[in-house]
Ligand binder design. Structure first.
Ligand code: C2E
Ligand code: MG
Ligand code: MG
Length: 611
């Protein structure tokens, strides 16, 4: 409430009474007590007094002509500005004073006439004190309200700021999440995100039987060659180009992810059947087979794809990917640049392979290998000219395992290096023992098969030197059997190693001749001492009595290149006869002897057999 005061230090009292005497007496008493007192004889004067300044208290006589006290009181109570001003009624003794009415219309107290001044003063003081207190409360309330408003405003401000911060933090978080879930090179989803999408797809399949999906695992064929020969920058550029090409083969609902290195994962959704997944895989292979025109090179690339048709029986999304991966491996082993569809039997095989791999690792540590020896017969003399060392694995549970089963695994895992070097060592040690036997000549030879992997080993020649030195074997008695893949894969390095071996007079034999893909002119440029005709050709020789198949041609090729010929897999006398008639130099096979345990070899030697 806003009103002026006559004297701001004094409280203001308005006395309304039609009796001038009453007015005067009361006025002078109260003025003496320090109040500011104004007087009104009737309603009109009272009103204009209030319009000038609002009093703090009104003393109001009831009995007045024209407008009586009740009416005045009601008018003041009805007017906003004056409604709060405390009104004390003053009534003469002989007035018919209706206290109830006085209070009902808003009076706050009453004093009877003739009054005791002390009583008037106390009642006035009380009411003024009450009013002051009430006004203070109002002011305090108003202040409080203002403070609450201010605080609310501040809180709102703070809230707004906080919300702004939350928003920008969320943005940052989603940016970080984005980085964490994407591959930085191709910008594709990474393995983590891919597995999440697979989980979602698996969930959908479990909820809805009509939902069909497939997982593709794609691995680039021979990507390492590009990285190694053209450099990582070109490799990266190629990966980006591959990603783009793959994306073009897919629809927006599909997920393409880079799983790492040169591996990509694809989730195909909403498929009608497996054939549609196969069609997509075929299209991808077709698209990838087109030249990649990079900034500095034109590159050819192919890929192997494993397809796994999703189903709700999978427990975990990782398993879906694992089986697609297994199928991809099968595609690779079937010749690359193709797809293969997963079937559960493959999983069993993969498990077995994994077990074999683990067992093989242990076998290397525990030296579970044995060398068997198969004699090689000189057809000119009919006598044993040497032995081929053939490794076997003495598995603690499965017994003897054929090299056909474990050599490929050993090659894939790199375990072939220690195994093969061990075979070389054992074979050389045996040869030196046998060579001291009276029934053998000093030029008895030992043939050892060397895996192509060994040629990637930097110190192959040095290792062979060491073995020859330790066993005191004459290098001219050592024959190394290699396959065509050796000379096909790492030509330059292999040529150097061959020269080093040749300089030591170690003999080099091309094993399984005829089964590989090397051209004759290519063969010619390597310093080979002999060709070993693969047993499949020897076998067919008998079926094809007249021209003996390709064997005669092979023998004459060897002859023209100045190489000796060994026929392997000779099982019958007929074959032996044919080979002799063709002037084949050496033969090996069950006809003469199966590969033998080492302890049986001396007996064979001692029996001095002749064929
Ligand atoms: P390979 O070097 O061509 O060896 C000849 C294979 O033919 C041997 O199989 C031998 O037992 C078998 N064989 C010999 N005579 C006959 C016959 O008359 N008829 C038939 N059907 N087979 C005959 P094995 O011992 O199972 O070895 C298989 C292959 O494993 C070898 O083929 C060779 O490539 C590889 N291998 C064996 N030992 C080693 C080794 O120490 N290092 C490496 N890298 N490979 C090895
Ligand atoms: Mg061999
Ligand atoms: Mg062979």
């Amino acid at each position: 409430m806003n009103y002026k005061r006559l004297d701001p230090n004094k409280q203001d009292i308005l006395i309304i009474d039609d009796m001038a005497d009453n007015l005067r007496v009361l006025s002078s008493l109260l003025t003496r007590e320090g109040y500011n007192v104004r007087k009104a004889l009737n309603w009109q004067m009272a009103l204009s007094a209030c319009q000038t300044v609002l009093p703090d208290l009104i003393l109001l006589d009831i009995m007045m002509p024209e407008v009586d006290g009740y009416e005045v009181c009601q008018r003041f109570k009805a007017w906003d500005l004056t409604a709060d001003i405390p009104i004390i009624f003053i009534s003469a003794l002989d007035d018919v004073f209706d206290k109830v009415k006085a209070f009902k219309i808003g009076g706050i107290d009453y004093i009877t006439k003739p009054f005791e001044f002390e009583e008037v003063l106390v009642r006035v003081q009380n009411q003024l004190a009450l009013r002051t207190a009430r006004l203070e409360i109002l002011t305090l309330n108003a202040e409080l309200e203002q403070r609450v408003k201010q605080r609310t405003w501040e809180l709102e401000k703070a809230l707004q700021k906080l919300q702004g911060e939350i928003t920008s933090r969320r943005q940052l978080q989603s940016q970080l999440l984005d980085i964490a879930l994407h591959d930085s090179l191709t910008n594709l989803p990474n393995r983590v995100l891919f597995i999440r999408r697979l989980a979602k797809a698996l969930h959908c399949a479990k909820q809805e039987s009509t939902y069909q999906f497939a997982v593709l695992f794609l691995d680039c064929d021979r990507f390492k060659v590009i990285n190694d020969s053209l450099g990582h920058l070109v490799g990266d550029e190629l990966l980006v180009a591959i990603a783009r090409r793959l994306q073009n083969c897919l629809t927006p609902v599909d997920t393409l992810a880079r799983l790492g290195g040169d591996e990509f994962g694809i989730l195909l959704e909403n498929l009608p059947d497996i054939n549609s997944a196969i069609k997509i895989a075929e299209n991808i292979l077709q698209q990838l087979s087109l030249t990649f025109k990079l900034s500095r090179y034109d590159v050819f690339m192919n890929a192997s794809i494993g397809i796994n048709w999703g189903n709700q029986d999978y427990e975990k999304p990782e398993y879906l990917l694992r089986d697609a991966d297994t199928a991809m491996y099968r595609a690779k082993s079937l010749g690359r640049a193709r797809y293969h569809v997963f079937d559960p039997a493959m999983y069993q095989e993969a498990i077995q392979l994994l077990e074999l791999e683990n067992d093989l690792r242990r076998a290397v540590d525990r030296q579970e290998f044995l060398v068997y020896y198969q004699p090689i017969i000189s057809l000119a003399t009919g006598r044993i000219s040497g032995f081929e060392a053939l490794v076997r694995w003495q598995h603690p549970i499965r017994g003897l395992i054929s090299p056909i089963e474990f050599i490929p695994v050993a090659e894939e895992t790199g375990l072939i290096n220690p195994i093969n070097i061990w075979v070389l060592q054992s074979a050389c040690r045996q040869l030196s023992i046998w060579q001291h036997h009276p029934a053998t000549s000093d030029n008895l030879t030992i043939s050892v098969n060397l895996s192509a992997r060994l040629f990637y080993q930097a110190n192959l020649t040095a290792q062979i030197d060491q073995i020859l030195h330790d066993t005191q074997v004459n290098p001219a008695c050592l024959e190394l059997e290699i396959t065509e893949s050796v000379i096909m894969e790492n030509t330059h390095v292999v040529k150097t190693i061959f020269q080093e071996l040749k300089a030591r007079k170690i003999k080099l034999i091309m094993d399984d001749f005829g089964t590989g893909y090397s051209s004759l002119s290519y063969l010619h440029s390597f310093p080979l001492n002999a060709l070993k005709i693969d047993k499949s050709f020897v076998k067919r020789m008998q079926d094809n009595q007249e021209n003996m198949g390709l064997v005669p041609a092979m023998i004459s090729i060897a002859e023209s290149m100045g190489m000796a010929v060994i026929a392997e897999g000779v099982e019958t006398k007929q074959q032996l006869k044919q080979l002799r008639s063709l002037k084949c130099d050496f033969a090996q096979g069950y006809l003469f002897s199966k590969p033998l345990e080492q302890k049986l070899v001396l007996d064979l030697i001692a029996s001095v057999p002749q064929w």
